[in-house]
Ligand binder design. Structure first.
Ligand SMILES: Cc1cc2nc3c(=O)[nH]c(=O)nc-3n(C[C@H](O)[C@H](O)[C@H](O)COP(=O)(O)OP(=O)(O)OC[C@H]3O[C@@H](n4cnc5c(N)ncnc54)[C@H](O)[C@@H]3O)c2cc1C
Length: 307
């Protein structure tokens, strides 16, 4: 939209942009606790990733896996942000006015004469606007809340299902994992274990590990305290990898409440040219970062064309 000459402002509830493509700093250690790597099937996302690798924001990651040697499970190249996954989205923010720590609560018509401009209201009762169009790029359950009475836009979202995912982060002074960087589907509880510091551009001091729990475990444990989850997941990792007696010097857990798409919408995005309000996200087309990119691009184009 910016390239098409629109003036764009972004309101992000978190302290940083990037959403589930994230890097969390804990003391002197950092962890990619959301998306682990991205892949490109489409030429549009492929070109974006080429640009990112060409400019040093991203690099190829070829981990040793449990699926048979280097690159064993890679059908497509795995790309990671450098020095953390969050770097992958930074260039998208260039030239935009970004407001962080701004949780949108609702949108309401800002211009009663034309009926098309919108104000955005935030949790702290303040507002911004008027804007000629609104693009809501958040997980489907959060988008439904924001759409409020715009039933024609909100109704299809009830088809979408998203699942929680607990992430656990652990750091060790020395290397503890067996001779692999990625372990997938280790048990009913553990979906993924990655040696985070094996990714390119990461600090090689000690060992940083990211664990993702299975959807079943994450759903059942949605309301459990993060400290308890960190302990339970580490015990499970120790069992799965025979690491009894090994304890991390740091461990913590984070819940992605709307982490993974279980049932997607099956359309690239939703847009009403009457209201000039649209909704986009990974859940429109699938469950990957590439789907989010494609959905956002589609909605951006639709908004530009509507003027
Ligand atoms: C544990 C995990 C592992 C994953 N692994 C991979 C992987 O390996 N490869 C891959 O391609 N994909 C992976 N994914 C999926 C990938 O992260 C997502 O597909 C992608 O990041 C979705 O982008 P998005 O822009 O649609 O949504 P999000 O990344 O969720 O961005 C939405 C943003 O909106 C903000 N927001 C929400 N509500 C409001 C509000 N009311 N007001 C203001 N801001 C709001 C959020 O804070 C967030 O920043 C993984 C996801 C998780 C959780």
């Amino acid at each position: 939209m910016r390239r098409a000459g629109c003036y764009v402002e972004v309101f992000e509830q978190d302290r940083v942009i990037g959403g589930r493509i994230a890097t969390l700093r804990q003391g002197s250690h950092s962890f990619d606790h959301g998306a682990q790597y991205v892949t490109a099937r489409s030429s549009a996302f492929g070109s974006y990733l080429d640009e990112m690798t060409g400019t040093g924001y991203a690099a190829h990651w070829v981990p040793r896996t449990n699926a048979g040697g280097e690159n064993g499970v890679q059908m497509l190249p795995w790309i990671v942000g450098t020095p953390g996954m969050a770097s992958l989205v930074r260039p998208l923010a260039e030239g935009l006015r970004i407001h962080t720590g701004r949780k949108a609560h609702t949108i309401s018509r800002g211009d009663s004469k034309t009926g098309t401009a919108w104000n955005i209201w935030f949790d702290d009762q303040t507002s911004a606007g008027p804007f000629n169009a609104v693009a809501i790029a958040v997980p489907a359950p959060q988008a439904r809340l924001l759409l409020g009475k715009l039933e024609d836009l909100a109704a299809p979202l009830s088809r979408v299902r998203m699942m929680p995912c607990w992430a656990m982060m652990a750091h060790f002074d020395t290397a503890v994992l067996p001779n692999q960087d990625v372990f997938s589907d280790m048990s009913e509880v553990i979906r993924w274990i990655a040696r985070n510091n094996n990714k390119p551009g990461r600090s090689q001091r000690g060992e940083s590990i990211v664990v993702h729990a299975s959807p079943g475990f994450s759903r059942e444990a949605e309301d459990v305290e993060p400290d308890v989850i960190a302990g339970e997941l580490w015990d499970e990792v120790s069992r799965a990898l025979s690491l009894s007696g090994v304890q991390p010097d740091h461990k913590s857990a984070f819940l992605w409440r709307y982490g993974l798409v279980d049932q997607s919408l099956g359309e690239s995005f939703i847009f009403s040219s009457v209201h000039r309000v649209g909704v986009a996200g990974d859940w429109c087309l699938g469950r990957l970062a590439e789907h989010a990119y494609e959905s956002g691009q589609g909605l951006g184009r639709a908004i530009v064309q509507s003027f």
